[in-house]
Ligand binder design. Structure first.
Ligand code: BF8
Length: 672
C-alpha cells in the first residue's frame, strides 16, 4: 500500500499527457485524485477487510490475533461478508445498467423512444433465436418486444435459472447446477447477498463466498450480458474502426463536450445530435468551428468502438480533462464519476451536467435524461454546452494523442478468422494448439491512483505480447494501451513474439484486441465459450490456456467481474492490494478467505482469484498457468524459437543482411 508523501509526476502516471496536467494542477494549486491519494494514507484495517461496520455495536476493528467483533464474528466471516457486499454492489451496478437497456429496447420496440432505431437486426434475430423467440415472418420490433420482455423478466425472476447463462459451455452449466449456484434471478441474488450479511445471518465464510459466486454469475451471465446484447442491437455490433485516445483529442477552436460514465443510451444520442447541421450552425454562431465530442471511462469505449468518437482518457483522466480549461461540459450518467469534478470545475468555466435520475452531485447542473425523449434531451445538453463556450478562459491542452483500432466484438473476431462464409474460431484454436499463440490474456479494469497510472496495465500487456500471448482488453485498461499505441493494427507488431506476430500479420489484426467497455467483459466469456465449442481446447472454459488480469483495479464492479470469471473457470489475477489480505505484517492471522477464493474456488470451479502486487510475479503466474493448461491438454510445450520464420519479420531481417549474403540465400551460392 502507498504511504503518505508526494510522488513525482513520473511516479504518479506513466502517461506524459497526464504528467503535463499534473504539473498544471500544481501550478494552479488544484488537487486531483493523484495528490489526494498521496495525502490520504489508506486505512490498513479497512483495506484488508478487517473492519466490520455492519451493525451499530461496532464498527469493530479486528487488530489482535483471535479477536472477534462484539457479536463474536471472526476475521474470516468479516472478510467474507465485506467481499460479498462489494461483489453485490458491483453486480448491482452492471445489472441495473442492463435493466435500463432492456427498458430502452422495450420502448424502441413500441415506438416510444425518440431517436432510437434497431440498428443491428441480424444480432437481434440471433439473440432472440437463442431463447426460442419466434423470428420468422416477424418484424424487428415484434422480435425486440419479446426479447425485451424476456430480458426484463430476468431481473425479477424468483425461481429457476436465468436464461442467458444457458449460453455457457454445456459442462459448465452442469457444474453450476450441481453446485447450486445458477442464479435464479438477477435482483434476487443481490438482495440475498445483502440479507445474508445482515447482523446475525450467514456466518460460514465458505457458504457466504459461494453465494458471492452466484451473485457474480447473475452479473456476468445476466445483467452485463443483457447490457452488451442490447447495446449491440440498438447501436450496432462493433467492428474495427479508426479512433484516437488521450487529452490531445480536445480542440482549442471547438466546443468540447466530454461524455463520461457508462450507459450508451444518452451518449449515442449526443453523438447523433452533435452531427445535426442545426447544432453545428449553433456552435458556429457561438464563435466555435463546431462541436467536438469525446469520452472518458466506459462511455468513451461505447462510442469509440462503434463510431470512432475519440477517448479523452480513462478513469484518472476525468479531472485532467477539466484542468485543460477547454471543456465546455462534462456530461455524466452513472458509475466511476468523481464527486471532486464539481469543485474542480468551479476553477474553470466547465459545466458538470448530471443526467441520470439515479445520480446527482451537489453543485452540478442536472438535465434529466429518459429514453422516451432522448434526442430532445441530447440537443438541450449540446446547446447548454455551446452557450458556455463564450465563458472559456485560458486553455492548456497537451498535444498528445494516439491512433487506435478498437471494435473487436466476438462476432467480428469470428468473422475475421474465417470470412463471411466460414466464420469460425478454428484458426485461433489451431494457432494455440500449434503454439504460435501460447495462450490468451484478458487484461481489464480500472486505473487506481494508488499505483502509477497505466503502468501496470501496459507493462504486463507488453511483456505478455513478447511471450506470444494474445491480449484482449476492455474498460480503462484498453484505453491505457490505446494511449501507448498498442492498439494500432500491425504498427505495433515489432514488439510482439514471433508466433503471435505471424498470426497478427496473416489475419491483419493488432496484437491487443479492444473488445469494449466493462460490461462487455461478457464478450470475453462468449469468446472463451466459442473456443471451447470449436474443439481442441477441452470441453470447458477452465481447460483453455487463458488468464484474466485486472492490474490496477479499484471498483466493486471489478471484483464482480473477477468473481464471475472465476465461476466460469478462469484464473484471475488482480494487482494492487488485496481486500482480504492475510495479516502477515500485522498481529492478526487471517489467510482463510484468501485461500478459499484461490484453492477453495479452484477445487469447485476450476478458476481461482489471487491478488498479486508485483507485476513480474503477475506475468510469471500467467505464463505458468497457460503452460500448465497447455500441458494438461497434451499440446506441445511453448517454444519461442519454433515460429517467426515467415512473413514481414523475416523480410525485415533479410533486408538488413549484406548483399552477398542475400544473394547466397536466394540463389544458394554466392554470386560471382
Ligand atoms: O466500468 S474500468 S474505472 S470506467 S470500473 Fe470504472 Fe474501472 Fe474504468 Fe468502466 Ni470498469
Amino acid at each position: 500500500m502507498a504511504t503518505k508523501g508526494k510522488r513525482s509526476y513520473e511516479e504518479r502516471s506513466s502517461d506524459p499527457a497526464a504528467q503535463q496536467m499534473l504539473i498544471r494542477a500544481d501550478e494552479l494549486g488544484i488537487s486531483t485524485a493523484f495528490s489526494r491519494a498521496d495525502d490520504m494514507v489508506p486505512c490498513n484495517i479497512g483495506g484488508a477487510g478487517m473492519c466490520c461496520k455492519i451493525c451499530g455495536m461496532g464498527p469493530c476493528r479486528l487488530t489482535k490475533d483471535g479477536q472477534t467483533g462484539v457479536c463474536g464474528a471472526t476475521i474470516d466471516t468479516i472478510q467474507a461478508r465485506n467481499l460479498i457486499r462489494s461483489i453485490a454492489a458491483g453486480s448491482a451496478a452492471h445489472s441495473d445498467h442492463g435493466r435500463d437497456m432492456a427498458f430502452t429496447l422495450k420502448a424502441v420496440a413500441n415506438g416510444q423512444a425518440e431517436g432510437y432505431v434497431i440498428r443491428d437486426v441480424a444480432k437481434l434475430r440471433n439473440v432472440a433465436a437463442n431463447y426460442g423467440i419466434q423470428i420468422e415472418k416477424r418484424s424487428p420490433e415484434e422480435i425486440a418486444n419479446d426479447l425485451a420482455d424476456l430480458y426484463i423478466a430476468q431481473f425479477g425472476q424468483q425461481r429457476g435459472e436465468i436464461a442467458p447463462a444457458k449460453r455457457a459451455p454445456a459442462k459448465r452449466q452442469q457444474l453450476w447446477r450441481e453446485l447450486g449456484v445458477w442464479p435464479r434471478g438477477i435482483d434476487r441474488e443481490v438482495v440475498e447477498a445483502l440479507h445474508r450479511t445482515h447482523i446475525g445471518d450467514d456466518q460460514d465464510p465458505a457458504h457466504i463466498l459461494n453465494h458471492a459466486i452466484r451473485t457474480a454469475l447473475a452479473d456476468g451471465w445476466g445483467g452485463s450480458m443483457i447490457a452488451t446484447d442490447i447495446s449491440d442491437i440498438l447501436f450496432g455490433t462493433p467492428a474495427p474502426i479508426l479512433g484516437q485516445a488521450n487529452l490531445g483529442v480536445l480542440k482549442n477552436d471547438m466546443v468540447n463536450i466530454v461524455v463520461h460514465g457508462h450507459e450508451p443510451t444518452l451518449s449515442q444520442m449526443i453523438v447523433a445530435a452533435s452531427q445535426d447541421p442545426e447544432i453545428i450552425e449553433y456552435a458556429r454562431k457561438a464563435g466555435a468551428k463546431g462541436v467536438n465530442l469525446s469520452g472518458i471511462c466506459c462511455t468513451a469505449n461505447e462510442i469509440l468502438i462503434r463510431q470512432g468518437i475519440p477517448a479523452a482518457g480513462n478513469f484518472l483522466h476525468q479531472e485532467l480533462a477539466i484542468l485543460t480549461g477547454a471543456v465546455e461540459a462534462m456530461v455524466v450518467d452513472v458509475q466511476c464519476i468523481m464527486q471532486a469534478l464539481v469543485g474542480l470545475a468551479e476553477n474553470f468555466h466547465t459545466l458538470v451536467i448530471t443526467t441520470s435520475p439515479k445520480v446527482r452531485i451537489k453543485g452540478a447542473v442536472h438535465i434529466e435524461f429518459d429514453e422516451h425523449h432522448a434526442l430532445t434531451t441530447a440537443r438541450q445538453i449540446l446547446k447548454t454546452a455551446i452557450d458556455n463556450y463564450k465563458n472559456r478562459g485560458k486553455t492548456y491542452i497537451p498535444q498528445i494523442k494516439e491512433d487506435l483500432v478498437p471494435g473487436f466484438s466476438h462476432e467480428y473476431i469470428n468473422y475475421m478468422l474465417g470470412g463471411s462464409y466460414r466464420a469460425s474460431f478454428r484458426p485461433l484454436n489451431d494457432a494455440i494448439m500449434t503454439g504460435r499463440i501460447r495462450g490468451v490474456a484478458a487484461i481489464v479494469g480500472c486505473n487506481n491512483p494508488r499505483s502509477k497510472q497505466d503502468y501496470l496495465h501496459t507493462y504486463v500487456t507488453q511483456e505478455l505480447l513478447k511471450q506470444d500471448v494474445l491480449v484482449v482488453e476492455t474498460g480503462c485498461g484498453a484505453i491505457a494501451s490505446a494511449k501507448l499505441g498498442l492498439l494500432l493494427g500491425e504498427a505495433g507488431l515489432e514488439k510482439v513474439g514471433p508466433g503471435l506476430h505471424e498470426i497478427c500479420e496473416t489475419v491483419g489484426i493488432p496484437p491487443v484486441l479492444h473488445m469494449g467497455s466493462c460490461v462487455d467483459n461478457t464478450r470475453i466469456l462468449t469468446v472463451l465459450t466459442q473456443m471451447v465449442e470449436e474443439g481442441g481446447l477441452g470441453d470447458d472454459i477452465d481447460q483453455v490456456p487463458a488468464v484474466g488480469l485486472a492490474p490496477e483495479w479499484m471498483s466493486e464492479k471489478a471484483l464482480a467481474i473477477g468473481t464471475y470469471c472465476v465461476a466460469s473457470g478462469a484464473y484471475v489475477i488482480f494487482g494492487g492490494h488485496s481486500p482480504v489480505s492475510g495479516m502477515a505484517d500485522r498481529v492478526v492471522e487471517s489467510d482463510a478467505v484468501s485461500e478459499y477464493i484461490s484453492e477453495g474456488w479452484e477445487k469447485l470451479y476450476g478458476g481461482r482469484l489471487e491478488f498479486v502486487e508485483d507485476p513480474d510475479e503477475m506475468i510469471r503466474r500467467t505464463l505458468a498457468h497457460i503452460d500448465k493448461k497447455r500441458a494438461n491438454l497434451g499440446l506441445p510445450a511453448y517454444d519461442a524459437g519454433r515460429f517467426g520464420n515467415s512473413g514481414d519479420r523475416r523480410m525485415l531481417e533479410f533486408e538488413t543482411l549484406p548483399l552477398e549474403k542475400r544473394r547466397e540465400m536466394i540463389y544458394g551460392v554466392a554470386a560471382d
